[in-house]
Design a protein around this ligand. Structure first.
Ligand SMILES: CC(C)(COP(=O)(O)OP(=O)(O)OC[C@H]1O[C@@H](n2cnc3c(N)ncnc32)[C@H](O)[C@@H]1OP(=O)(O)O)[C@@H](O)C(=O)NCCC(=O)NCCS
Length: 179
C-alpha cells in the first residue's frame, strides 16, 4: 500500500451509498471472548471454537441514517470505497460515539483500518471531544484485538443488551480512547 493508493475523505451523498452497501462488513472467527462473572467483576477469557462463527453487520437498514451523522469518513483504496467510519459527537460529556466502523474483507490486514481509525480519532479530537467510545461484541475477536492495538481501553460491558434468542452468546463490550 502506498500513500497515493489510500484516500480518507468525508462522505459524499448519495454517490457513496451503493459502494457502502456493497462493503463486506462480516467476519468469521474461530476465537471468542467468554465473559466470566466474578464476585467483584468480570473476566474476559479467550476460547477457541470447534466451529468458526460468522457474523455480518447489515447496513441496508442503516444506510439512510448515514447523512445524519455529524462525521462520516470513508476510506478509498486504489479508487474503490473500502471502509466506513461514522460517529456522533456527544457534547454534554465531550465523548464521540463511534457507531459504524468497517473495512471491506478484501482489504483487511494491510493497515487501512488503522489509518481510518487514526483519521477518525483526529476528527473527533478536532471537534473538541475528550474521548472516542464504541460498542463491540465479545464474539468479535478481530475487532477487540484491533481496538486494543490502537490503544482503546475496555471501559465497560453489558451482559443483558442482546436478546439471546436473536444473538446467542453475544455480550456488549465498550471501549474508549481517551485523548
Ligand atoms: C476490525 C477491522 C476494522 C480491522 O481492520 P484492518 O484494516 O484489517 O486492521 P489493520 O490491518 O489496520 O490492523 C491494525 C492492527 O490491528 C491488528 N489486527 C487487525 N485484525 C486483527 C485480527 N484479525 N487478529 C489480530 N489482530 C488484528 C493488526 O495486527 C494491527 O496491529 P499491528 O499494526 O500492531 O500489527 C476489520 O477486521 C473489520 O472491518 N472487521 C469487520 C467489521 C467489524 O468487525 N467492525 C467492528 C464492528 S464493532
Amino acid at each position: 500500500m502506498t500513500v497515493n493508493d489510500l484516500l480518507i475523505r468525508p462522505l459524499r451523498w448519495p454517490d457513496d451509498s451503493q459502494p457502502i452497501l456493497a462493503l463486506c462488513t462480516g467476519f468469521e472467527s474461530d476465537t471468542v471472548y467468554d465473559v466470566i462473572a466474578q464476585v467483584d467483576g468480570f473476566k474476559l477469557v479467550e476460547r477457541q471454537l470447534n466451529q468458526p462463527l460468522s457474523k455480518n453487520y447489515d447496513l441496508a437498514d442503516e444506510l439512510d441514517t448515514l447523512p445524519g451523522f455529524e462525521r462520516v469518513l470513508v476510506a478509498e483504496y486504489q479508487q474503490h470505497l473500502v471502509g466506513l467510519a461514522a460517529f456522533r459527537p456527544e457534547r454534554w460529556n465531550r465523548r464521540a460515539n463511534l457507531v459504524h466502523f468497517y473495512l471491506d474483507d478484501k482489504v483487511r490486514g494491510q493497515g487501512i483500518g488503522r489509518q481510518l481509525m487514526l483519521a477518525t480519532l483526529a476528527e473527533a479530537q478536532k471537534m473538541g471531544m475528550r474521548a472516542l467510545w464504541l460498542e463491540t461484541q465479545n464474539v468479535n475477536y478481530a475487532a477487540i484485538q484491533f481496538y486494543q492495538k490502537l490503544d482503546f481501553k475496555l471501559c465497560g460491558l453489558d451482559t443483558s443488551l442482546y436478546d439471546p434468542s436473536q444473538l446467542p452468546g453475544e455480550i456488549a463490550l465498550y471501549f474508549a480512547y481517551l485523548f
